[in-house]
Design a protein around this ligand. Sequence first.
Ligand code: EPU
Length: 342
Amino acid sequence: MKIFENYSLLEHNSFRLNVKTRWFVEYESEDDLHKLLSDEYFFSQAFWHIGNGCNLLFLSDFNGVIVHSGIKGIEKISEDAEHVLLKVGAAEIMDDFIQYCVDKGWGGIENLSLIPSEVGASAIQNIGAYGVEAGDCIREVHAYEVKTGEKRIFSRAECEFSYRHTFFKKPEERGLYYITHVVYELSKQPLFKLDYGNLRKSLEGQELNLKHVREAVIAIRESKLPDPNVLGNAGSFFLNAYVCKAHFEALHQQYPGMPHFFEPEKTGDGKEIVKIPAAWLIDQCGFKGKTLGGAAVYDKNPLVLVNKNNATADDIVSLAKEIQATVNAKFGIELSPEVNYI
Ligand code: EPU
């Protein structure tokens, strides 16, 4: 187990804010985690588990224990003619895991290429891109319950995967489970999903295989999203907006060019809901490139807030609030942050 006191989180948050934590603990095995969850001092402190910090915003220094998994490894647990089941350590870098699967010819997660996430966080956040969500391929999540130290295996159904949401993100469950491994099921006869945006078009003239899909996704992402090592950011800052059909129709009359996507599979209570890209709503309010203190709206993609010039968390939060208020006043839509405020 690695333990550091008064530790800088600069390398652990992709906004690259120079915040500190009183303690930083990285467990490297289930035994380590067991020890941590039996430690009285740990429970006397505030504590929070992070992944690689690419979807969070530290509002201030953390006066407690920031916990990180160091559990690595990819183990094949079963295989048949069509599928392979892999048990993957929570601290594996998701993109390395995707590269590993693509090299082996195993499909299912190639559309998630280049998402900056660790494997444990992929299951908590249900990361998604280009028509695929991690939950589509996750079969089990292995975790420890923090309060009791007991091991628990969650089936796919128990994870309750939906758009950027899972059981583990429910307000009443948040922070209560530490994930050690995620079991992914990959397909040996890949079914390509190319219908999102211009993915199919960008593959025109190329042989359709996992490697080419991965390369195309990476090229699209690199053209739309800033590299956190160059410009601090946490990807999409807000979730896309979902509105009921009546609200959509009223808006559509006023803004006939508004992009929209009917998603009947997401209909909860029998009413149709419509997805409206948050990027479009923010763009319409003229925010592209706008700065507030050291924070800015990325000029190529208004859904991304960036640390342009030594931003503070306050700069980023104030800019986000200004965007939310402006979008709400213009469209009657409340944008929710996708980024977790700590
Ligand atoms: N748009 C504008 N102006 C712009 C850019 C985009 O109006 O400057 C509009 C366009 O109409 C475009 C639409 O926004 O069609 C949607 O843009 P895009 O397809 O690039 O995707 P997104 O909805 O902005 C989502 C995810 C991304 C994911 C992409 C691809 C969310 C919150 N974001 O973005 O995820 O990579 O789709 O699947 O769902 C992330 O979560 O951090 C992330 C980057």
